[in-house]
Design a protein around this ligand. Structure first.
Ligand SMILES: [Zn+2]
Length: 196
């Protein structure tokens, strides 16, 4: 079916390629440290807008898998950048931020996990949001922080870097770090595609 449909840019809809040169360049931004209310550093590639937002929605909500490799390449380059700056170890383990089983089923897997897999760096999907956790929609930052639970399914090799698509309040990332630390895992920080 894909062969019959014209290829369009996941960032702006322009015909001809999976990611047009303009959106591709925008996506190659270097990771910047952003201010999030968590007790570890968070690096992000971009505010949640423009081609970053469109590509993210295309992967997450429209099931576009053709851009996953591009995003994976950007994440890999970003980690090399953090390694060069001495922020993380060269053999750091990537831990995708947790999802709910419900969302995984609806989307046929987890897009962040898929992106991590294409980086060819050591990746350990080991976190899950238990189904009893109330939905965070409509909750304030503080309530969200209090109600957020993250289960550790197995212990990944230490140290780790959390990977997520968008960071907002940081509640999920903080709960993830807490779970990992309880098991003795060193959390160097989090790298996200966007911050909102
Ligand atoms: Zn584009």
């Amino acid at each position: 079916m894909e062969l019959l449909l014209p290829v369009t840019c996941a960032g702006c809809g322009a015909p001809g390629s999976v990611l047009c040169p303009r959106c591709g360049t925008a996506w190659r931004a270097t990771p910047q440290r952003v201010s999030v209310d968590v007790d570890f550093p968070v690096w992000s590639l971009s505010p949640y807008n423009g081609p970053h937002r469109s590509v993210l929605i295309a992967m997450k909500e429209r099931g576009r898998r053709d851009v996953v490799a591009h995003v994976g390449a950007v994440i890999r380059a970003s980690i090399s950048h953090l390694v060069a700056r001495g922020e993380v170890e060269h053999d750091i383990t990537l831990v995708p931020a947790p999802t709910r089983e419900r969302s995984r089923r609806r989307r046929g897997g987890d897009p962040v996990e898929r992106v991590c897999a294409t980086t060819r760096l050591s990746t350990h999907p080991c976190l899950r949001i238990p189904s009893r956790t109330p939905d965070s929609v409509g909750l304030g930052a503080e309530e969200r922080r209090r109600s957020m639970r993250v289960d550790l399914l197995r212990v990944p090799p230490s140290p780790v870097l959390l990977i997520d698509d968008v960071v907002t309040t940081g509640a999920t990332l903080q709960a993830s770090a807490n779970s990992l630390r309880t098991a003795g895992v060193l959390v160097r920080g989090a790298l996200t595609y966007c911050h909102a």
